[in-house]
Write a protein that binds this ligand. Sequence first.
Ligand code: KIV
Ligand code: ZN
Length: 531
Amino acid sequence: MAPDPDRVLIFDTTLRDGEQSPGCSMTQPEKLRVARALADLGVDVIEAGFPAASRGDWESVHAVAREVQGPIIAALARCTREDIELAAKALEPAPRRRLHVFLATSAIHRQYKLNMAQDEIVRSAVAAIKIAREFCEDVEFSPEDASRTELDFLAQVVEAAVEAGATTINIPDTVGYTVPDEFGELFRYLRQNVRGIEKVRLSVHCHDDLGMAVANSLTAVVAGARQIECTINGIGERAGNCSLEEVVMALATRSQFFNLKTGVQTNRLYPVSRLLASITGQPIPRNKAVIGENAFSHEAGIHQHGMLQNRTTYEIMRPEDVGLPRSNLVLGKHSGRHAFRDRVRELGFELEELELNRVFEEFKALADRKKELFDGDIEALVLRAEGSAHGPWTLINLEVSSQLGAPASATVRLKHADGRALTCQSSGDGPVDAAYKAIEQATGLVVKVRKFEVHAVTVGEDAQGETVIYVDYNNRSYRGSSVSTDIIEASCKALLEVINRIAQSQQGGARLASREAAMQASAAAALAGTK
Ligand code: KIV
Ligand code: ZN
């Protein structure tokens, strides 16, 4: 069946371009959670990673390929046989898969990064695409830094890539340099000057260095691109990538202008966005378009008056279109299980009965400490329940005292899964420092906290605080987070989450080593077979 000319594919690269940006790295289980949420969201392609980058990346791509159904699963590779074979092997379990090969084409990259002449670039791209086609019918080629490449050379590379068998040609604005009119012209130029271009799908991939990634992507689709590469919450290298929620809602809200559609269930945007923010610990700015907390709130009296008469006076999208419940009705300690379950559903989460009961108990406990519970509180409870790292240590009790001008002291009581209960006391520079030292004494694990962040989950003096910490231990980085109305407690639980992860990876070390050996053996066997 011929592809629908009005359909724009959404290629999500949160797990590849997004994940490689600072502060956004994810564990394999976290990547799987995100990938499943992306499949539910209805994206067409999930770029699951760059298998040649590390063994962990290879495993994650493999796990997504094995476990996530629906979208095409893609993996990135440089133009080398080794990269392509590793990517192909990682993708093997996916019923629908794509190999994405890339090579920089701009003069600046040719000279300083690759030290390659134009004809070598063309030869290398063509050879790589042909190798990729040995493994997969669906091959995407990206001339990296395309927007700063000489137009005639770009057309030459793209034509050679099409001839070699690429099925999607992706045009990246790698450094976020282009502007909408110029980028639209680039697409028109390629469509007019590349033989065979009508046989392939044109794609766009923009970075946000000058804040124009979404605008540039939209201009590209107006000029003929039919795939947009983007990330949830716009995470990505430097200033980020084109934001999926913004570009999808622009196409949906201005459908009469664009006359294009995507397969995205827009009412899943908000839950996916919150899920990613909670996993990466990167809060969404309040004023972020579409999914920011302020995106649908109206403060000015004149706006509120207009809204009361008719919402369309100041609202171009409805909150429920992006999955935000219209009402922010406050729940409290008298709210029943049904009201709670309905709100959880309205927020886009489906919990199993047992899980729901557990979160409801936590909700009740929180309602005892906090007068009103907002959606943000409920999201925090649900996201935490879904993703928290279970491990040997649990916080049983915490006592802190601090006084201006004197060291603080903390006593913590922890329980270990083997039945031990330990109480340790320490002093430090402030209550968090004192409590952290006591936890380190009790668990015997001394870590280096590299970054410590606290922010309010909702509004009001009794708002819950979320603590996110970044920790180094044994040359590895870990992230932990927790939420509580008491930020010292949240800080301790965030540290315990990290310590539990470390303890788990120590316990699982032997298991992992044997699994890695098996994986290495299977990759080696596969490569031997393909050579
Ligand atoms: O920004 C870029 O050029 C990329 C390519 C690998 C597509 O991420
Ligand atoms: Zn990129």
